[in-house]
Ligand binder design. Structure first.
Ligand code: BV8
Ligand code: ZN
Length: 230
């Protein structure tokens, strides 16, 4: 399970990181809601355009690349992410479970029709070709349900896991933070990589304090060696 701490070293601000520029006045939890979009669609749209531009300039980092290599070494690895930036896929991971959606996908706020982004950096949300409703990023806003398939496959992977690796997440947002608890109940080995303590830390078997770009390559290298030596 990964959170925004994995993309931090690619220059994508975490949710905890203070918003910068015109966004300092707004907390992500306020902007990432259907109420905010209803009240001021242009403001919320502009916030996603701002994040898209940051993500477009970003490159996958050593943490993303290490997870892509680990998936090669361990084909039964399930990668669940709360990140909407698509950087795991750009690093080469396939079948990423996007628990909170993807910022590059869009859907209609009125008729729910999905569409792939034309990357319109417009001031106003683009319009739906079917019902002329406003298009919104196809991400999960606070108060909204997790996509059924993502919730089902992530919950199953957590329940069947021998090892649960939680990387760069504050483990505060649910139901994402609940996946580690499912694995815990199933007696999986819980490993956390984070620069800070989280509500999960005391429940882990291994709490690896530090940067994701340092710990993940080390873990992948160790797994590679152990496979080669067998
Ligand atoms: C829902 C997409 C109901 C949008 C996001 C139970 C208890 C309490 C509250 C709730 C609960 N159940 C539900 C709630 C309400 C709410 C919630 O959890 N609120 C929190 C704030 C308390 N949950 C919801 O609203 C969910 N929906 O419940 O719907 C429902 C159910 C059925 C049917 C209808 C309705 C939906 C939640 C999803 C919201 N969408 N993102 C967008 O991106 O714009 S959440 C978003 O914030 C991210 O996706 C992510 O999940 C979260 C941020 O967390 P992190 O990624 O962990 O990032 P953060 O900045 O917090 O921390 C970074 C961490 O990395 C830190 O620990 C830091 O130390 C570390 N770090 C930093 N740098 C590094 C590093 N570690 C290693 N290396 C580094 N270099
Ligand atoms: Zn529509």
């Amino acid at each position: 399970m990964t959170g925004s701490g994995v993309s931090a070293e690619s220059g994508v601000p975490t949710f905890r990181d203070a918003q910068t520029g015109i966004w300092t006045k707004h907390s992500p939890e306020d902007l990432a809601t259907s109420q905010a979009f209803e009240a001021n669609p242009a403001l919320v749209w502009k916030w996603y355009v701002w994040r898209r531009e940051l993500i477009k300039k970003a490159q996958p980092n050593a943490a993303h690349r290490a997870l892509a290599s680990l998936a090669q070494l361990k084909p039964d690895l399930s990668l669940v992410t709360q990140n909407v930036d698509g950087l795991h896929q750009r690093a080469g991971n396939k079948n990423v479970i996007e628990f909170h959606g993807n910022i590059w996908h869009e859907k209609c706020f009125s008729c729910n029709r999905h569409s792939t982004s034309l990357e319109k950096y417009s001031e106003q949300p683009p319009r739906c070709e079917i019902c002329n409703g406003l298009l919104r990023p196809n991400v999960v806003w606070f108060g909204e349900a997790i996509p059924e398939e993502a919730l089902a496959s992530a919950s199953l992977a957590a329940a069947q896991s021998d090892v649960f690796l939680s990387v760069g997440t504050s483990s505060l947002v649910y139901p994402a933070a609940g996946l580690a608890e499912i694995a815990l109940q199933k007696k999986a080995t819980i490993i956390e990589i984070n620069t800070n303590a989280t509500p999960l830390t005391t429940k882990t078997d291994y709490s690896l304090k530090g940067l994701a770009t340092l710990w993940l390559p080390a873990i992948t290298a160790h797994v590679k060696r152990s496979i080669e030596n067998h």
